[in-house]
Design a protein. Structure first.
Length: 320
């Protein structure tokens, strides 16, 4: 660690259990159609599965026949005591739920832009093909700071920070809400400035969320902690806490069970770093952390404009 005082501002700007054995089980033909349709982006969908008579073993076979990556992402996002008892994976695109559901293991909800930029600190690696997830952000930032941080699930994106010698005075994590790779591909001519920066930074071509459901509270906590929801335990926007059904930030950061990089770095530096987040609603605060609720920490800066008493957790007000 450098001996001089290092200020790191972690500012967040809002722009943006299935058990499968090796047994071979024969699936109903219609169920095979369902599974095949689930992997196709333009399918109109099979016959409703509820018209098919299947046993419990048959249902397990349907689940286990889903793509491995889908099951892995769902497993990472599940906690036995906090998650829903049933995880629903409708055929994509997901129209189950209120609003415009954007939660699931499918590519359109998983594939995200991941770009690191900072002259003098971020290597001009250009396009990087190595797969990465959101869990790699915190350990990468820790290495930039020269801070020993061991993430539960993430690993540093070394291509982005190769050659960095001195910690930056400022770290900004920008989340581009609803700016998935499918959006950039659909409007490929509408982000020329960002594209022009790619050769000067590190653009991870195969970055994914890495976990499902891909709801806001879970993913922002993964960015902050370097852990997937099965470890940090903010597993949903409605989670089971004992006999109660709670929202993730109903008790402040009490339900976030892992420290964020900001929690640990701030405390290690004698609470001298300025740590803050500018978001809109409390479900973004998993990137920030616990503040004074983490032993030895201090109060950090959080700026939101959440609508108090709203029916949904994403409701934004007009007053900050």
């Amino acid at each position: 660690m450098p001996s001089r005082r290092v200020f790191a501002v972690l500012a967040v700007l809002l722009v943006v259990g299935v058990g499968c054995s090796g047994d071979e089980v024969e699936l109903p033909e219609a169920s095979r159609t369902s599974v095949a349709a689930a992997t196709g982006p333009t399918s109109t969908g099979p016959k409703p599965v509820d018209q098919i008579q299947v046993s419990g073993r048959g249902l397990a076979s349907i689940a286990c026949s889903l793509p491995h990556e889908w099951l892995l992402r769902t497993w990472r996002g599940n906690s036995e005591d906090r998650s829903a008892e049933i995880q629903i994976l409708p055929i994509e695109p997901n129209f189950v739920g209120s609003g415009l559901p954007h939660v699931g293991p499918w590519p359109y909800a998983q594939d995200i832009p991941m770009f690191w930029y900072g002259p003098g600190h971020i290597a001009p690696a250009g396009v990087v093909d190595r797969p990465v997830t959101l869990a790699g952000i915190a350990p990468t930032q820790a290495q930039l700071l020269g801070f020993p941080f061991r993430a539960i699930d993430g690993s540093p994106m070394t291509e982005a920070i190769a050659g960095n010698q001195t910690p930056p005075r400022l770290l900004v994590t920008m989340v581009w809400d609803a700016g998935g790779r499918n959006v950039l591909q659909r409007w490929k001519n509408d982000w020329p400035y960002l594209r022009s920066l790619i050769p000067k930074g590190a653009w991870y071509e195969h970055a994914t969320v890495g976990t499902s459901p891909t709801s806001t509270a879970q993913t922002h906590a993964t960015i902050g902690t370097g852990a997937f929801p099965d470890a940090h335990l903010l597993v949903a926007h409605r989670l089971r806490i004992g006999a109660d059904l709670m929202t993730p930030w109903a008790k402040g950061p009490a339900y976030l069970m892992e420290p964020t990089l900001a929690d640990l770095y701030d405390r290690a530096m004698g609470n001298r770093p300025v740590v803050g987040e500018i978001g809109t609603v409390s479900i973004h605060l998993g990137m920030l952390g616990h503040g004074a609720m983490w032993g030895g920490g201090d109060q950090d800066i959080a700026v939101i404009r959440e609508k108090i008493g709203a029916d949904t957790l994403g409701a934004e007000g007009f007053d900050w």
